[in-house]
Ligand binder design. Structure first.
Ligand SMILES: NC(=O)c1ccc[n+]([C@@H]2O[C@H](COP(=O)([O-])OP(=O)(O)OC[C@H]3O[C@@H](n4cnc5c(N)ncnc54)[C@H](O)[C@@H]3O)[C@@H](O)[C@H]2O)c1
Length: 258
């Protein structure tokens, strides 16, 4: 119960890694606001992981909307009486060859993955500054360190999240605000399935076969599970990680050993 009596807001909590984060943080004792584009979708997650409903709050928060983010922080802190942590997990990907990528696709990656992360961190950071500190964990990607084909905008956006993590950690360390990131490899979620679906007709290989090959080679080729990423996030949110600051830790079974 590393997070007993803490309150954490998790963005992109309607499924995939977000649901894993919610499940693990709950098991670690946290109470949580689950944010995503649709409150119905986050309410469905809340009903699965917290049937009594007294430790979760489902909210519709588009992370690209500055006023919605401010309302999200306010509603979360008011509902639970405090806020101790933020997990910036919301993210988007659109596969395309760099030759064909449109400006709109590029902007969408930056809006959700970078600006969304910044706006949520800034709003939470302002709250933490006034209340003695807090913890922020950003979900970047090993794509921000190594880069993959047909996802130039996604790679660039995740590299920016890694850089932002360093900047915020440096600026806010003196306010007792600890900022770190995790960089997952291929995690078993709808996002990875989407990548396989896009590649399938282009490589003339069934999507299921491609998906089966998208695991971590260091883990014998199996895909990483959301709960495994979530356990590292729980650690980074806890007092045990207070000496780790501004780091973007690869959680990909050793495929990116830095
Ligand atoms: N799945 C992987 O292999 C993988 C690998 C590395 C990093 N990641 C990162 O992990 C995070 C979670 O990804 P996932 O695999 O669970 O994907 P997912 O598509 O299953 O979940 C992403 C969630 O973010 C939400 N979201 C998108 N735009 C939003 C917005 N503007 N405001 C609020 N919520 C929004 C979506 O509705 C969705 O619920 C993302 O940041 C992703 O880039 C995933």
């Amino acid at each position: 119960m590393r997070l007993k009596d803490t309150v954490v807001a998790v963005t992109g909590a309607a499924g995939g890694i977000g649901e894993g984060i919610a499940r693990i943080l709950l098991a670690e004792g946290a109470r949580m606001a689950l944010w995503d584009l649709s409150a119905e979708a986050t309410a469905a997650v809340a009903a699965r992981i917290d049937p009594a409903g007294d430790r979760t709050l489902a909210l519709a928060v588009d992370v690209t909307d500055e006023s919605a983010v401010a309302r999200g922080i306010d509603s979360t802190a008011t509902h639970f009486g405090r806020l101790d942590g933020l997990v910036n997990n919301a993210g988007t990907i659109t596969m395309n060859a760099a030759w064909d990528a449109t400006a709109a696709e590029w902007q969408r990656h930056l809006a959700v993955n970078v600006t969304g992360t910044f706006l949520c961190a800034q709003a939470a950071g302002r709250y933490f500054k006034q209340h003695g500190g807090g913890r922020i964990v950003n979900v970047a990607s090993n794509a921000g360190k190594v880069g993959y084909q047909n996802m130039a905008a996604y790679n660039a956006s995740k590299a920016a999240v890694i850089s932002l993590t360093r900047s915020l950690a440096l600026e806010w360390s003196g306010e007792n605000i600890n900022v770190n990131a995790v960089c997952p490899g291929g995690v078993d979620t709808p996002m990875l399935a989407q990548v396989a679906e896009w590649l399938s007709p282009r490589l003339d290989v069934p999507a299921a076969e491609l998906l089966a090959g998208m695991g971590a080679s260091g883990l014998g080729g199996r895909r990483i599970q959301p709960d495994e990423v979530a356990r590292v996030i729980a650690f980074l949110l806890s007092d045990d990680a207070i000496i780790i600051r501004g780091q973007s830790i690869s959680v990909d079974g050793g495929d990116t050993p830095y």
